[in-house]
Design a protein around this ligand. Structure first.
Ligand code: FES
Ligand SMILES: [Fe+2]
Length: 359
């Protein structure tokens, strides 16, 4: 059932929630250490030994495909003296070898060998395997929870979304990936989150880019802890793209649509609590996630997949987070003054965070 937000919110966070290091520490401990976050796509790691590292809260994590083709997630720390084992992404081969003293782990996490083992006679080798994190897969997306035994299981977190439409299959539709965009945003992660679920501003701040929809045409469905946004501005039919954007894209000569994504019915923004954001359109799929790095700074990483013809058209791996920069190009091509109000976004958000601090 669509959830209508109350006119009288029951909860307002104190200003410390947006400014204090102590509050962020509590979030790291009680939220990010226990919840699910997007890590990579299943197809990013096709071969045994393929790995990718990431940081979730304070935890360095490695996702790795083991010799039995199973994706696993570990805390990326050697059990000897805590050295980070892997960096970036790549293929480790058949074992994970610590660079410090060469303790060697199997891809399934077991400690296999250590140099000068006779100096360590008393250690309990079977209990010194890599510390596991939890892993869950949904629509080719790999999610990680730093806890080995999450209070909220992956199924309990994701299953409420099973009833929501989700048309894009990146592999099936042979979508191509643009490069990852990384934004350093001067605001608390919750300010960014709150803006992302703020349908009130769309018609105003984004008048010339998204062009609406009006607040009363926004619907948010609640799926457990996750939320899906729909625009209903077209005869109350749920859509995921504001009509204005569709019109602008049509004026640009159209864009290649993803098979199965032409019809309305699925959301335009999927907020996967707490830090993953999925934004499908009929032309693209973007997966973003926030990494809070301080009370007033957040890194947003965004990857977009599009039909291959976009690349023919664009001639470069140069996809934006959303359609707005295309609209700027459109404005430039047509000689109309670019009016991309989103450029002011960072300043406004920063101003907002500062006001919270000064309050
Ligand atoms: S810290 Fe890894 S082998 Fe010593
Ligand atoms: Fe916005």
């Amino acid at each position: 059932m669509p959830y209508k937000f109350s006119d009288n919110p029951r909860q307002q966070l104190p200003k410390e929630a947006y400014t204090s290091q102590e509050w962020l520490r509590r979030e790291q401990e009680n939220l990010f250490a226990k919840t699910w976050r997007f890590g990579c796509m299943e197809f990013d790691l096709p071969q045994a030994g393929d790995f990718q590292t990431l940081k979730i809260g304070n935890f360095p994590i490695a996702i790795i495909r083991d010799a039995n083709n199973i994706l696993r997630a570990y805390h990326n720390l050697c059990r000897h003296r805590g050295t980070e084992l892997l960096e970036g992404k790549g293929n480790v081969g058949k074992t994970i070898v610590c660079p410090y003293h060469r303790w060697t782990y199997m891809l399934d996490g077991r400690l296999r060998d250590l140099p000068n083992a006779d100096h360590f006679k008393e250690i309990d080798k079977p209990n010194l395997g890599l510390k596991e994190a939890s892993i869950g897969i949904f629509k080719e997306m790999v999610f990680i929870n730093p806890s080995p035994n999450p209070e909220l299981s992956f199924e309990d977190w994701i299953s409420p979304l099973h009833g929501a439409e989700w048309p894009h299959k990146i592999t099936e539709n042979k979508l191509k990936a643009g490069k990852e965009f990384v934004y350093r945003i001067k605001c608390n992660w919750k300010v960014f989150y709150e803006n992302a679920i703020d349908g009130y501003h769309l018609v105003y701040l984004h008048e010339n880019t998204l062009g609406g929809p009006k607040p009363e045409k926004n619907e948010w469905d609640i799926h457990g802890l996750n939320m899906v946004w729909y625009s209903t501005e077209r005869d109350e039919i749920r859509n995921r793209i504001p009509v204005f954007v569709e019109e602008q894209v049509a004026k640009m000569g159209g864009a290649k649509e993803i098979p199965g994504a032409e019809q309305p019915g699925y959301g335009g923004v999927y907020m996967l609590f707490p830090t993953t954001i999925v934004t499908p359109s009929k032309w693209s799929l973007t997966i973003s996630h926030m990494e809070p790095i301080s009370p007033d700074e957040t890194i947003l990483r965004a990857r977009t997949w599009v039909p291959s013809s976009w690349f023919d058209m664009e001639g470069a791996l140069n996809m934006p987070l959303d359609m707005t920069s295309h609209l700027v190009r459109y404005s430039q091509k047509t000689g109309r003054k670019p009016r991309w109000k989103q450029v002011t976004f960072k300043r406004r958000i920063y101003g907002y965070a500062k006001r919270c601090r000064d309050r």
